[in-house]
Design a protein around this ligand. Structure first.
Ligand code: DON
Length: 575
């Protein structure tokens, strides 16, 4: 650490990253609706050198401690991911998958895809006509894709990590073994639906419902089986998960619970490096996640349409929301019909992210009327992916989003191993023509096929200022609402000059083409705004919900700012 400290000024100069970013235009005269509960933005945590912002204060502290010991952003990313798997079980995971967007201090950028894959025995029609609300694509063993998280963390560490692997897993082992005291947010995550789903599986009750009852705030959750699994991963690396003892436990659980993941599926899993998706927004450079996430493409398309719409209407006006909603609708129409796993389908990514294409779409927006997309019933709730953002003292920046998909994934804990399996198979076009868990109606490009990655909406994102310096590391949970939440935070900062607290706390809206309705947050729209939008032809989703949970690090002329979204109990740690 002292050696690295001594190197810092030189490294920072070389990278031009720790140095003040050009900064966002300052202005804070935007007001929120009177009923909006996050009217008073929390002050971001200020730091000169390093910042970690995640969905749990303990996980952020684990990451910051790794950085203090001389670890880099990737070391911290690995440690935070393992910690989240313990302290934030509804979304943090080793049985799911995710994405990393990484920008090194030397200016090079990378994206790592550790998305789950469909098992070899998966078929396009495997959920058609099966029993249950989603035909088995959401709850239980058949919902699970081949997990990618452990392979992804090992791969990012192999390529860029500095501290020993086992040191990065160690904090999570201690948290699982010694127990974590549940805070209000974690206790609230055990809602009726979650408890009912976990009770379907004895292994899940044993791991996550101690004594068979719903844990309460202040209870200590100990996870000895998970501690054992993490210790094996710390000692033996990812092999134990993909071909060793843990792999055997996964396959045994598949046999018990009627799943189809085999040892061969696990052995064949590989995380994949991909070029990040680069776009620009009003001169700022946006590094996004390419397919098999729709995150980068759809974010770029929304921002391009906003840019092509010229200077945006006043913040808080229905006119602004109309432009935003039509941009979202058009980008999601393309997303839902054309995107999928790049190893399986050819996609018009260059066209979808081009400025002329966005300009043509923007010209098609009638300034007085909503463009109807169609009507499909909406289903879904919750915030159950996890995003964290890291900047290290050298100026390396990591944006990581990982997920189990639904709240607590498939609700199935691998017996003896103590971790939840994902239900990522539902992100495929599991039932053609029908909405998935997030109400998305998707096409042939995202059909299930053996070995294929299901299309995601996760959007870990890094933004550089017009002179190429690091400005923003961000991302969110929320399924399709991830993309629109990130787009609104970026626009709030760049177009509306909001300080970070306000940009993140601001109420959000969402449109995903189908269902053809505006998603909104309780208290986030005034009666007047809704009336004006309704007169333009917009329908509103009956029940308001949370839209995103945007955990962000901002680089400003004064240094770093870290802010966990006030919507969901995260925390920032840095100095
Ligand atoms: O990859 C996706 O797009 C989804 N599985 C993400 C799910 C999600 O964000 C859940 N959080 N609310």
């Amino acid at each position: 650490m002292p050696r690295i400290r001594a190197l810092l000024p030189a490294l920072l100069l070389a990278a031009g990253c720790g140095a003040p970013a050009a900064g966002f235009r300052a202005s804070s005269d935007q007001s929120f609706p009177a009923a909006w509960r996050y009217r008073v933005p929390r002050a971001p945590l200020a730091g000169r050198w390093a910042m970690v912002v995640s969905d749990h204060p303990t996980a952020s502290a684990v990451g910051a401690a790794v950085l203090r010991r001389g670890g880099n952003a990737i070391d911290a990313a690995v440690a935070v991911a393992f910690a989240l798997a313990v302290v934030h079980p509804r979304a943090g995971n080793i049985g799911g998958g995710g994405f990393l967007v990484y920008r090194a201090a030397d200016g090079r950028s990378y994206a790592l895809d550790f998305r789950e894959t469909a098992p070899a025995a998966a078929r396009a029609d495997m959920y058609a006509g099966a029993a249950g609300p989603f035909g088995g694509s959401v709850t239980g063993a058949r919902a699970a894709g081949v997990p990618g998280s452990v392979a992804g963390l090992a791969e990012m560490h192999r390529r860029f990590g500095r501290l020993p692997w086992s040191d990065l897993v160690a904090p999570a082992i201690a948290l699982a073994r010694d127990g974590v005291v549940l805070d209000a947010f974690r206790a609230a995550s055990y809602n009726d639906t979650v408890v009912r789903r976990l009770r379907l599986f004895p292994s899940s009750v044993a791991a996550l419902l101690p004594g068979g009852r719903r844990p309460r705030e202040g209870d200590t959750l100990r996870q000895p089986d998970l501690a054992g699994t993490l210790a094996a991963i710390a000692d033996s690396g990812p092999d134990v998960f993909y071909r060793g003892r843990v792999a055997d436990q996964i396959v045994a659980e598949m046999r018990r619970s009627g799943g189809i993941i085999t040892l061969a599926d696990l052995e064949a899993y590989r995380a994949r490096w991909r070029p990040p998706l680069e776009s620009t927004y009003r001169g700022w450079r946006v590094l996004g996640m390419p397919p098999p996430s729709s995150g980068g493409v759809t974010l770029a398309e929304i921002l391009n349409i906003l840019e092509a719409s010229g200077p945006l209407p006043r913040y808080g006006s229905a006119a602004l929301m109309h432009v935003e909603l039509e941009a979202m609708r058009r980008a999601f129409t393309d997303r839902n019909s054309t995107l999928g796993d790049p190893d399986f389908v050819a996609m018009p990514v260059a066209k979808l992210t081009s400025k002329p294409y966005a300009a043509a779409l923007a010209r098609g927006v009638d300034l007085n009327r909503a463009t109807p997309t169609g009507e499909v019933p909406a289903v879904d709730e919750g915030q159950h992916t996890t995003h964290y953002s890291i900047v290290d003292p050298e100026g390396n920046a990591a944006a990581v989003t990982t997920t189990l998909n639904d709240d607590f994934g498939s609700a199935l804990v691998v017996g003896g191993a103590g971790f939840l399996l994902n239900d990522e198979m539902d992100d495929f076009t599991a039932r053609p023509g029908k909405p998935n868990l997030y109400g998305l109606v998707q096409g042939e490009a995202n059909a299930i096929a053996p070995g294929k990655r299901m299309l995601s909406a996760m959007a870990p994102t890094i933004v550089l200022d017009p002179s190429g310096r690091l400005a923003l590391v961000t991302g969110s949970p929320g399924g399709p609402r991830i993309i629109t939440a990130v787009a609104q935070v970026v626009s709030n900062l760049i177009d509306h000059g909001m300080p970070l607290g306000q940009a993140v706390a601001a109420p959000r809206i969402h449109h995903q083409a189908l269902p053809d309705s505006v998603y909104w947050e309780r208290g986030g729209l005034t009666a007047d705004q809704r009336r004006v939008l309704a007169a333009m032809g917009y329908r509103f989703r009956a029940r308001p919900l949370f839209i995103g949970d945007v955990n962000t690090v901002l680089a400003t002329p004064q240094g770093l700012q870290g802010l966990a979204d006030p919507r969901r109990g995260g925390g920032a740690a840095g100095w």
